[in-house]
Design a protein around this ligand. Sequence first.
Ligand SMILES: Cc1cc2nc3c(=O)[nH]c(=O)nc-3n(C[C@H](O)[C@H](O)[C@H](O)COP(=O)(O)O)c2cc1C
Length: 220
Amino acid sequence: MYNKTIITIIRGALGMTDCKRLMEERRSVNFFDAAQPLTPELLRQIVELASLAPSAFNLQPWRLIAVRSPEGRERLWRLAQQQPKVLEAPVTLIVVGDRGAWQGDNPAWGELAAMLGGAEAVKPYLAMAEALYGATTERRIKFAESNAALLAMSVVYAARCFGVEGHFMSGIDFAGIKQAFALDEDEEVVMLLALGYAEGGKVLYPRRKRQSYDELVEEV
Ligand SMILES: Cc1cc2nc3c(=O)[nH]c(=O)nc-3n(C[C@H](O)[C@H](O)[C@H](O)COP(=O)(O)O)c2cc1C
């Protein structure tokens, strides 16, 4: 699979101004406008764009629970250290990672079989995925969390394309949310992501210092 990749399109750089703005203007917005809803259609567009996020073997070991109802948001707020943004944002996503999604019943394997011309061709990849992502608890957790985190980040950037802001949360009761929102045994709460419009007139604290290239990168 790896050595047969065919690159059909050579693409140029995107408009640097928009790309830089996408990154530089993203902030964890603390003040959501509780009066401005996020329509189901817009949430759908955001998520469909974000679903282009990469994942190991394209297994997409994730799902999102969109908590939108007042009752659901209240329940989640209690399990998120009562962070006000869970009540103020029109939607908070529970980002769920699936530790068992490397297994043969994932529909992505069937889709790959159709692409490669049969189930036999998929068997070596399935065995590889089992060894890489299913062999130990640590590998299963890494598989679920690393992939789902890439989806979560993609949702935030996709949202920003539509003028919608996001705020990640891991100051939460992971086990409590898993139980309250009836996740499966193999599923785990990776983080929460509040989505909505920033409330006008509120000022965020200045962006905190980031590591420089030299602090961040070891060149070997
Ligand atoms: C995985 C993750 C979990 C976070 N959890 C919380 C949280 O529970 N509550 C909160 O107020 N901010 C939370 N944050 C926001 C961070 O504090 C914030 O991203 C960081 O200070 C940098 O600020 P910026 O996003 O505005 O650039 C979280 C961010 C990430 C990526």
